[in-house]
Design a binder for this molecule. Structure first.
Ligand code: SAH
Ligand code: SF4
Length: 345
């Protein structure tokens, strides 16, 4: 099987080249070409043919081709539909904030977790992304927009902790100097709550932010919308978050999609405040995005305000997430679904 050369660390690349009997300095040259974004080995014109041929039979260069690009009229948010060499698609979204550009990238084609409010969850799962395919989304967007991206959130399609090894390798690669050199402190890993993997991530002690998609103040509501809760309940999840904080000293974020009449009452806010009073954290409230095939509605502005007030009175820091790119379905999974529904147009 061909090896995904862009998922190699520099040392692994050097090892590949040296073991095949070629000089060490060729690894540096190949690495520079890969960094430049070449899509074939033949573009590496200072590399002898013999080495290029060896690379061709042993490995491949993964690429994310832009299949579709949408730009928001309101706020310059850009959404991409990327196609990989096997014909699979994922989405990424680039957002501009005062402090720079943030990209939301996908980690899997689809997702196995089946959350009822989520477009990705509804489309099922095809495969994991390799580390280089996660990086390729950032590279392609930077090149296309001619910008440097400073922050990355793993909040696109897929469950990062269900593709643990590749995600950890991605984190190592993306933050390394010979790669995109994006600091781990500028990266957020979002999870629906795969508890054992939260412990594993904590033990790696990487300074990434953990963001937990909570979306409910109790097991009864959470199990109805997020099947993972039947495997790992809220109290096990909060325990894991406390462990994450104690080990990494990084404050945990909680995502809470506000769904009308499902999880947005005053009592829900009080229960949530009590639940989260046991650890330093921040809550991001997101008015739920309507997804085709679901009957969920966004909570009203009045409910959002009441909810946030209850949380802050109880000492829980919360903000309503600014909705960017609302005209381009900027929440992940929606573009791909619409694209496939229309037979790829
Ligand atoms: N699988 C990971 C990361 C990808 S989902 C996770 O679940 O955390 C990224 C975020 O979008 C999660 O917080 C998810 O719960 C949220 N999300 C999914 N569908 C949504 C919708 N319809 N409205 C608002 N947020 C949604
Ligand atoms: Fe998967 Fe996250 Fe969507 Fe749930 S919310 S189905 S975990 S992508």
């Amino acid at each position: 099987m061909l090896k995904d050369i862009k998922s190699f660390t520099y040392d692994e690349l050097e090892n590949l080249i040296v073991t095949a009997g070629f000089p060490k300095f060729r690894a540096k040259q190949v690495s520079l070409w890969l960094k430049k974004g070449v899509t074939s080995f033949d573009e590496m014109n200072n590399i002898p043919k013999e080495i290029r041929e060896f690379l061709k039979i042993s490995s491949y260069i993964s690429v994310a081709n832009i299949e579709k690009k949408l730009i928001s009229m309101y706020d310059d948010t850009v959404k991409y539909l990327f196609k990989f060499s096997d014909g699979e698609y994922v989405e990424s979204v680039v957002m501009k904030y005062i402090h720079g550009y943030t990209i939301c990238v996908s980690t899997q084609v689809g997702c196995k977790m089946g959350c009822t409010f989520c477009a990705t969850g509804k489309s099922g799962y095809s495969r994991d992304l390799t580390p280089s395919e996660i990086i390729a989304q950032i590279e392609a967007a930077q090149k296309d927009l001619n910008i440097r991206i400073s922050n990355v959130v793993l909040m696109g399609m897929g469950e990062p902790l269900d593709n643990f090894e590749n995600v950890v390798k991605f984190l190592k690669l993306v933050s390394s100097e010979d790669n995109l050199n994006i600091g781990l402190r500028h990266i957020t890993v979002s999870t629906c709550g795969i508890v054992p993997k939260i412990y594993e991530l904590a033990d790696l002690n990487l300074p990434v932010t953990l963001s937990v998609s909570l979306h409910a103040p109790n097991d009864e509501i959470r199990s109805k919308t997020m099947p993972i809760n039947k495997k790992y309940n809220i109290s096990q999840l909060i325990e894991a978050c406390i462990y994450y904080f104690n080990t990494t000293k990084r404050r945990v974020s909680f995502e809470y999609a506000m769904i009308e009449n499902v999880n947005d009452s005053d009592d829900n806010a009080k229960e949530l405040a009590k639940l989260l009073s046991v650890l330093p954290c921040h809550v991001n409230l997101i008015p739920v995005n309507a997804v085709k095939g679901t009957h969920y509605n966004k909570s009203s502005k009045v409910r959002q305000k009441a909810f946030i007030e209850i949380l802050s009175k109880k000492g829980i820091k919360a903000t309503v997430r600014r909705t960017l790119g609302s005209d381009i379905n900027a929440s992940c999974g929606q573009l791909k679904r619409n694209y496939e529904d229309k037979g790829g147009k």
